[in-house]
Design a protein around this ligand. Structure first.
Ligand SMILES: [Zn+2]
Length: 130
């Protein structure tokens, strides 16, 4: 008997009922030719944070390694500025969860009297004349 080889083994299906069905996924950021992910765009990448305020894994979203790294950094920065939830409690209270939070801002304000800092305005210094 030869060990270490299985010549007549039937081909296994690619997916055996696990959590993540195989699906051809395209990195949204690659598709849109995104070169850098801005932490101020919390509304855009809010959907990469699940209801437990965790960053969705790559295997689920299809994001490529490069963009996943950028995304993770942007999400962490956005959290620091309270643009995204950090703990599930924040989600429950309706703190801005990117695009997934159509809850009236007044409602959210009533629930939590914490001011969500506005993203700093871009300095408009197109023309500099000294
Ligand atoms: Zn990508």
């Amino acid at each position: 008997m030869v060990t270490g080889s299985a010549p007549n083994r039937p081909k296994k299906p690619r997916w055996s009922g696990g959590r993540y069905p195989p699906k051809r996924r395209v990195c949204f950021f690659c598709r849109d030719k995104v070169e850098s992910i801005d932490y101020k765009d919390a509304a855009r990448f809010g959907r990469y944070v699940n209801e437990r305020a965790k960053i969705e894994p790559r295997r689920r979203t299809g994001t490529c390694a490069r963009h996943q790294r950028m995304l993770a950094r942007a999400i962490k920065r956005a959290r620091h500025l309270a643009l995204l939830p950090i703990i599930p409690e924040h989600v429950r209270l309706g703190i801005a969860v990117g695009a997934a939070a159509p809850i009236a801002e007044a409602e959210a304000a009533k629930l939590k009297p914490v001011a969500v800092p506005q993203a700093p305005a871009e300095p408009t210094s197109d023309e500099k004349t000294d």
